[in-house]
Write a protein that binds this ligand. Structure first.
Ligand SMILES: NC(=O)NCCC(=O)O
Ligand SMILES: [Zn+2]
Ligand SMILES: [Zn+2]
Length: 460
């Protein structure tokens, strides 16, 4: 099967030009002007942007968490991602404390195998690092192509590791060519504030926010950055939200250290005033919580300064019924919100269309850097000869309104209900197949492949 895409405005992290793309099978075989190849299908793309398929390296699909499961399966979650121009996601496996990484991998495979519509990979969350898990790090990297390891400095009593485990894990991960991801907030301080608020009868969603002030994230980010400096292990901070935390990374650059930073679309465009509305605020109960306007400005600037490398979502949807588990106690509200379908369009609309970032920066943080950092470049994350034909054909002028009535995520509300967006995903190709066209998904469950990843470096 061959496809010729004609006259599109091709955008990569470094280039922007009008041209044609010729696809044979799953990969791109030619790029140029006025290409004259015979193709089984021709797609006219004049007036449209063509960028690489988006990669969201932070999603939680069908994940057991806080006494329930996140509500998107591999099928619904990866399909919704495709509708929004994201052709690949990286999901998190959670080790159960006391059990092996291998058994967690088998559990996650049981839910994901044969069920994904779009491509996916896994990070391995190590929640119990000990002599038994140590040899499994090499196994995951060498045998499974899982090269990134997530740690939680928070969720005390459930997922949190201490600093001793952290440095031990870093040594091992570094030795085998992997990367450490971290949820960097101070779990002990948060646990103290949560219990204090609950004891004082403060049970509304806003107390979730008040139990995780900026200092809890700034302190843990600085500690993590210092530990990666000490061990020499490449590090990546997930869902960074605030000025204090970004300053820890900024300070590290003064000793020529680079730690990768991911923020999420919600931290760029939503703020903590959303918690000021009774239980409705539960829609945005996530960890870390939404912050202030000054933090949004810091994050947009951080993208342009090259300090913030990736914009993800931390997609972790729960039905309203599930959020109601915390109606009497904010600490029981399942943490997370749905966004995987909205990320690319919101980032284009709020970032590029409003002049905060360039088109190439948009591609860099939404497509290219995730591929580079997580060991998939240039197979994924760019438009070049030999790369997978994962492409988004995008109308930069079409306006539309986000709503739970029309989204494809398996959840009954939207954190962005009524949001007016400029720019619309029109057609999406995944490994040479038209996956989305005319608001329809044209590929079946099972088309999505598990992508084994290479060893990583701390340079991009
Ligand atoms: N972020 C969040 O609120 N839920 C998912 C788990 C995590 O990433 O911490
Ligand atoms: Zn987290
Ligand atoms: Zn997460």
């Amino acid at each position: 099967m061959s496809i010729l895409i004609k006259n599109g405005n091709i955008v990569t992290a470094s280039e922007n030009f009008i041209g044609d793309i010729f696809i044979e099978g799953e990969t791109i075989s030619a790029i140029g002007k006025n290409l004259n190849y015979e193709a089984d299908e021709v797609i006219e793309a004049s007036g449209k942007l063509i960028f690489p398929g988006g990669i969201d390296p932070h999603v939680h699909l069908d994940m057991p968490f806080m006494g329930t499961f996140s509500s998107d399966s591999y099928e619904t979650g990866t399909r919704a991602a495709l509708f929004g121009g994201t052709t690949m996601v990286i999901d998190f496996i959670l080790q159960t404390q006391g059990k092996s990484l291998r058994s967690a991998l088998e559990e996650w495979k049981g839910r994901s195998d044969g069920n994904a519509v779009g491509d996916y990979s896994f990070h391995m969350a190590v929640t119990d690092y000990n002599e038994n898990t140590k040899p499994e790090i090499r196994e995951m990297i060498e045998e499974e192509g899982i090269t990134s390891f997530k740690t939680f400095m928070a969720y005390k009593g459930a997922l949190m590791v201490d600093d001793r485990q952290m440095v031990g894990l870093m040594e091992e991960v570094k030795q085998h060519g992997g990367l450490i991801n971290v949820h960097a907030t101070n779990g002990d301080m948060i646990d103290y504030l949560v219990q204090k608020n609950r004891n004082e009868g403060n049970r509304a969603p806003i107390y979730h926010y008040l139990s995780q002030p900026e200092v809890t994230e700034a302190e843990a980010s600085e500690r993590f950055v210092d530990m990666t400096n000490f061990t020499g292990c490449p590090g990546y901070i997930v869902h960074l939200t605030c000025e204090g935390a970004l300053n820890a990374v900024r300070n590290a650059t003064r000793r020529n250290q680079h730690v990768f930073v991911e923020t999420c679309i919600q931290y760029l465009i939503l703020d903590a005033s959303l918690y000021e509305q009774d239980f409705e605020g539960a829609k945005w109960v996530m960890s870390p919580p939404l912050r202030e306007k000054k933090d949004q400005e810091t994050l947009w600037a951080g993208i342009n300064q090259g300090l913030v490398n990736v914009v993800a979502t931390d997609h972790c949807p729960f039905f309203w019924e599930q959020k109601l588990m915390g109606i009497d106690d904010f600490s029981k509200i399942p943490n997370g919100h749905p966004a995987v379908e909205n990320r690319m369009e919101l980032l284009y609309s709020e970032g590029v269309d409003k002049g905060r970032i360039t088109l190439s920066k948009f591609v860099e943080v939404a497509c290219t850097n995730p591929a580079k950092i997580f060991g998939m470049y240039p197979k994924k994350g760019t438009i070049s000869i030999g790369s997978d034909a994962d492409l988004v054909i995008f109308d930069p002028n079409e306006k539309h309104t986000i709503s739970a009535k029309t989204h494809h995520m398996n959840v009954d509300y939207s954190g962005y209900e009524g949001w007016e967006v400029t720019g619309k995903v029109k057609t999406v190709l995944l490994r040479g197949k038209v996956a989305i066209d005319n608001n329809e998904c044209l590929i079946p469950k099972g088309y999505g492949q598990f992508i084994k990843r290479s060893k990583v470096s701390d340079k991009i």
